[in-house]
Unconditional design. Structure first.
Lengths: 121, 106, 562
């Protein structure tokens, strides 16, 4: 096996462990839990939305605010990954830089929270 | 004066990038649904990203790929602001297409 | 196996003192967010006491930050003055006067803080100019990704002044429209910080990021009026066309990167100086895309279509900010990228800018005549002013750059004054912006009518105002560059737009106000902003020497990457 493929072996093992773990825990749950199905319990769970009906049903507009906040913070992570790979090289300077970056992001979240954006009602 | 010629090995990537950019630009001009228009903006920006990566590979320069990070974030921020505007308009009216938004003459 | 990477990475050199003008705006905005998150509601009594305190703190902050920005030891004055009672007396009186004045203006806390941040940034800009730039010349900031040269400092100063004046206008406007809160001020400060970075950018990617910071904040500002549909519509339109133009700008950056191999402005300039590209198609396409992208931002015809709609719909003080700071930053980028970086390809881009300038001048002045709404009319007039500034850009010379700067400075105060008067006159909900509402303003509010008259005369380029000197400088630069037809076109369209300004002035003085016209209340803060704009407009018209010297010293240079 070439070196290139062997380095992917780690990924493969990682994936297998992941699948196995999930399988084990789901299996354990199946064995241990009592099984008393009711109508509501057997329905597919979709974040509290009615799972059946027209495909083009309108999503509640309140989801958007959360989605927007999620997209923001999700994408900012793109800067954190490359930084994390070289953290040792950047030393204290890099740590302070990232602290400032995250502080600014948190400030946005704090403001959103205090504005009451995060409340569902 | 030195005559410089950059040997581009990746014309296909550049053509793809130009096509995506043109598709996005055309879509932005002819579609009327704000959400589709935002998608077209994304298409334009990501078309440019392909150019950046292709050039970066050609020039053997990491700068092209780094630029893509920044563009990705800017694209996300633009869409967030755009969607927030649509949500704000939607709270006042039932549906929003760019044709309904025509109080201003011109 | 993880490869052993080199253990340390060189820390970029951050020149803190030179960065202070920009830092003040950006950190100021962040602190305002923090403050407003922690203190959502300020009790009325506390708010009343906070404002005079902010006034006093402003005086001290201007003094300290201005000192830090220069090479002087910031507290040297304090150290030398220790034990000198006159010094402390003077300081006390200054702080007291600042506090009293802030209270007299009846500002809200948010507006007072914004004014403070703007003034402090202005003082820092002044400190960098007198103590660093005039002595050492231009220098790099943040690992030479930004450069502090005279050009960027003047534009930063313009943006900081615009923030101060617009904050004064916004205070009463937000109160009147029931939008009181810190949001607008924070957005304006972020936008201003973006504009300042844009003016000092030394790399195309930094320029793009700064432009987005500037624009995205302004999209939201334009749409902030939740109860006026026009405002949200303006925000959406501005957003869609702005995003469209940024994509063009970005494609231009990518193509330039592909042609030259770097996004750093000085690397590009050096490369183009030493090499002649065999196939310059990529570079030409890149330059064209960059021109389109920046042309949208400065509202040059044929990329001007958004301007009238957005200016009419957006809240009036926000329009003042868009027409002053945003436009100045856009032209700063245009000058830095084209005149300075692509200097060796001037033959290629000059004809394009020539055509843009003529088209912009003609569209701006002729379309303005047929408008019935004062804000739309001023929007077209701002397009024609953009045409004048393009005339200076087209010259591609040091004279041209100086005239662009002079025009940008003069126009900033002109346009803030004009829209400031309109914002007061139009009344609640920005309803009274039609030209009819200006009829007989001289009998209702003679002082406002006089102020608007001066601003309009200055926009027309009447002598003894800054507008005249600015137009003169721009046309002079065009003649120097042998663009005679462009100079003639500029003069002809100046006469055409003079008609339109005269029409407004006549209707203000000769028209009859409707009997049931509501009384116009002039808030103190907005009044102060208009007076400041008026004094500067007339002052630079009577004694242009000082500003002329500054703009001649402020030629953009590119900082070599260290």
């Amino acid at each position: 096996m070439s070196d290139f493929l062997r380095s992917y072996l780690t990924v493969g093992i990682f994936g297998l462990i992941g699948v196995a773990l999930v399988g084990v825990f789901l299996g354990l749950g199946k064995i241990l839990r009592p099984n008393k199905p009711t109508l509501a319990k057997t329905e597919a769970y979709e974040s509290g939305v009615e799972p059946t009906g027209d495909m083009w049903s309108q999503a509640n507009i309140r989801y958007y605010v959360f989605a927007l906040l999620f997209v923001m913070f999700d994408v900012e992570a793109v800067f954190i990954f490359p930084w994390a790979t070289r953290l040792e090289a950047y030393g204290t300077f890099g740590l302070i830089e990232m602290a400032i970056f995250i502080f600014i992001l948190l400030l946005g979240l704090l403001y959103a929270w205090r504005k009451g954006v995060l409340k569902w009602a | 004066m030195i005559l410089a010629e950059l040997a581009l090995t990746s014309p296909y990537y550049l053509v793809l990038s130009a096509l995506l950019f043109a598709t996005g630009a055309t879509g932005l001009l002819i579609r009327r649904n704000p959400l589709v228009m935002f998608m077209c903006v994304e298409l334009m920006l990501n078309g440019v990203n392909i150019s950046f990566v292709a050039f970066g590979a050609d020039l053997n320069d990491v700068g092209g790929q780094i630029s893509v990070f920044f563009v990705l974030v800017v694209a996300a921020v633009e869409v967030v602001v755009g969607l927030a505007l649509v949500v704000a308009i939607n709270r006042r009216r039932s549906d929003a297409t760019a044709d309904d938004v025509s109080l201003l003459r011109g | 196996m993880i490869a052993q990477l080199d253990s340390t990475v060189a820390r970029p050199e951050i020149t803190w003192d030179g960065l202070l003008p920009i830092l003040t705006l950006g950190v100021g905005a962040l602190l305002l967010v923090l403050f407003r998150s922690l203190m959502k509601q300020l009790p009325k009594a506390a708010a009343d006491q906070a404002v005079p305190v902010i006034g006093g703190v402003t005086v001290i902050a201007m003094w300290v930050v201005g000192g830090f920005a220069g090479t002087d030891v910031p507290l040297a004055g304090l150290r030398d003055g220790l034990g000198d009672p006159v010094f402390f007396l003077g300081l006390l009186i200054m702080v007291g006067l600042g506090g009293w004045f802030a209270q007299y203006l009846r500002l809200s806390v948010d507006a007072a803080l914004t004014v403070m941040i703007g003034l402090t940034s202005l003082a820092a800009t002044w400190g960098v100019w007198t103590d660093r730039y005039e002595i050492d010349g231009a220098f790099g900031l943040v690992g030479d990704q930004l450069g502090a040269d005279g050009f960027s400092l003047v534009i930063t100063g313009v943006i900081a002044s615009a923030i101060v004046l617009v904050a004064l206008l916004l205070d009463d406007y937000l109160e009147r429209e029931g939008m009181a809160g810190a949001d607008m001020y924070v957005l304006m400060l972020f936008s201003g910080a973006g504009g300042a970075v844009m003016a000092s950018a030394n790399d195309l990617i930094v320029l793009f990021l700064a432009l987005e910071t500037l624009s995205i904040a302004v999209y939201v500002m334009a749409a902030m009026h939740m109860r006026r549909s026009e405002s949200q519509e303006a925000g959406l339109k501005y957003f869609v066309l702005g995003a469209f133009s940024s994509a063009f700008l970005l494609y231009g950056i990518a193509l330039t990167y592909g042609a030259v191999g770097s996004t750093n402005l000085i690397v590009i300039a050096d490369f183009l100086e030493q090499n002649r590209l065999v196939e310059d198609g990529l570079l030409m396409a890149g330059m064209a895309m960059l021109l389109v992208g920046l042309g949208f931002k400065v509202a040059a015809a044929p990329f001007h279509a958004w301007t009238p709609d957005v200016y009419q719909g957006a809240p009036t003080p926000v329009v003042a900010f868009m027409a002053s700071a945003v436009k100045a930053a856009g032209f700063a980028a245009l000058v830095r990228v084209f005149v300075t970086t692509f200097a060796d390809h001037a033959d290629d881009w000059q004809p394009a800018v020539y055509a843009l300038a003529i088209l912009t001048l003609v569209v701006g002045s002729f379309m303005a005549i047929v408008q019935r709404d004062a804000k739309r009319m001023l929007a077209y007039s701002s397009i024609s002013h953009a045409g004048f500034i393009l005339v200076g850009v087209q010259a591609a010379s040091n004279e041209g750059v100086s005239s662009v700067l002079f025009y940008a400075v003069a126009y900033t105060f002109l346009v803030i004054g004009s829209f400031g008067v309109l914002s007061i006159v139009s009344g609640e909900g920005d309803r009274g912006t039609s030209l009819d509402h200006l009829d007989g303003l001289s009998t209702r509010r003679p002082a406002l009518a006089l102020a608007l008259t001066v601003f309009l005369l200055a926009q027309a380029g009447v002598p003894l105002t800054s507008g005249f000197v600015a137009k003169f400088a721009v046309i002079g630069a065009a003649v120097e560059a042998r663009s005679y037809w462009l100079a003639i076109a500029a003069m002809v369209t100046a006469v055409v737009s003079a008609f339109l300004y005269l029409r407004i002035i006549l209707s203000m003085y000769l028209g009859q106000a409707e009997d049931d016209a509501p009384t116009i209340r002039v808030p103190r803060a907005a009044g102060l902003a208009i007076i400041v704009a008026l004094v500067i407009t007339v002052g630079f018209g009577l004694v242009p020497g000082e500003l002329d010297d500054i703009t001649r010293d402020a030629i953009p240079v590119l900082i070599a990457a260290g």
